[in-house]
Design a protein around this ligand. Sequence first.
Ligand code: NDP
Ligand code: MG
Length: 385
Amino acid sequence: MKKIAILGISGSIGISAIEVIRKHNDEFEIVLATAHKNKTKLLELSEEFQIKNIVLTGSDNGNKVDKTNLPLKTKIHYGKNSLLELLNDGNFDVVLNAVSGSAGLEYSMEIAKTGKILALANKESLVMAGHLLEKEIEKSGTQIIPVDSEHSALFQAIGASPSKYIRKLHLTASGGPFRDLPLEKFPDITLKQTLKHPTWNMGAKVTIDSATMMNKGLEIIEAHWLFKMPYDSIDAIIHKQSIVHSLVEYCDGSIIAQLSSPTMKLPILYSFTYPERLESDLIKTNIFDLQDLTFHKIEPARYPLFFLANQVGKDGGLLPTIMNSVNEAAISLFLEKKIHFVQIHKLVKNYLSSVKNISEPNLETILTANRINFEKALKDYKQYI
Ligand code: NDP
Ligand code: MG
């Protein structure tokens, strides 16, 4: 039995991971699970899977759980530091980091030190601190197995091929709910429309990022660190069917892609079984349904945040962290209906043009910049839009 830890078990990726484990409960055992605030879900799952350690990261003291509600086998812990300690113990084979947003970074850094496999859904970890994670991983000899569907596809299509044979990595993008909306209608976009993704059912943050295509920009940065490829050798294309999850173009003109029906269960399963594969009927891809696979260029006027994020990735240093934190602030403001959809880009762009970059930032600098810029953008947003 492989011992699995799931950070963010109450979220969209967490729930897909649960479905994978339910189906293959003779292969995987959940030994550690976390939620931030959703204690009902965390308790329900600890009961079902008899999880040894659970952590409610969003509660340091108040909001505690009545211990009589816990299964006998389960120990409950509170707060970020308890989780960091449990990660440091390294009592697992694979950790799925499915925490949303910048909060996932410190956990990824701790997991990388343990030498255990980091199944990474939390792309923000690499966006903010790819250079630090890279060093930690080299030291401990661990491996990141990507869970983001595009990166899992690239990982599978690259296999053991040396990077000198790769001409280009092509990430696919669904284009989100507004790929066909006339540009003049963008000022009328509502929150409800934005939260309705055409092909994927995901958490609010990544769904909004998919609509603005900041998500794809973050994924370009993620691919840069995961596959050690220069930015000029990574691009993205619109593929609205979400069947081809990404493509690797080799130097001789051959293109190798990974295809499957759009479900996160496959990249999750693969990250649990890697380097092996498990016989499973959990994911059904019918080859005769795969018709009319189309590919288009990304329009700059429709998705300015994608192009901005690309440039920020190239600039590197502290800028990707600042961009990410301001984008997180912009999303909170949008969710609270304080800013409009098109103002997400305005806020991020104008804020970034007011800051100075720092190269090779350490973890403390990154975490501080993340917090300060998030708070500042949230407070002073009016002056940037
Ligand atoms: P959700 O918002 O659905 O879930 C987030 C999870 O993280 C929840 O368990 C939540 O707990 C927990 N969480 C929230 N804030 C914090 C915090 N400050 N500290 C610790 N834990 C926290 O997100 P998704 O599952 O959609 O996404 C998770 C990650 O995976 C993101 O980085 C996303 O970009 C990436 N990803 C997601 C995909 C998807 O299909 N959903 C696809 C590819 C990548 P609680 O419920 O208690 O608030
Ligand atoms: Mg993705």
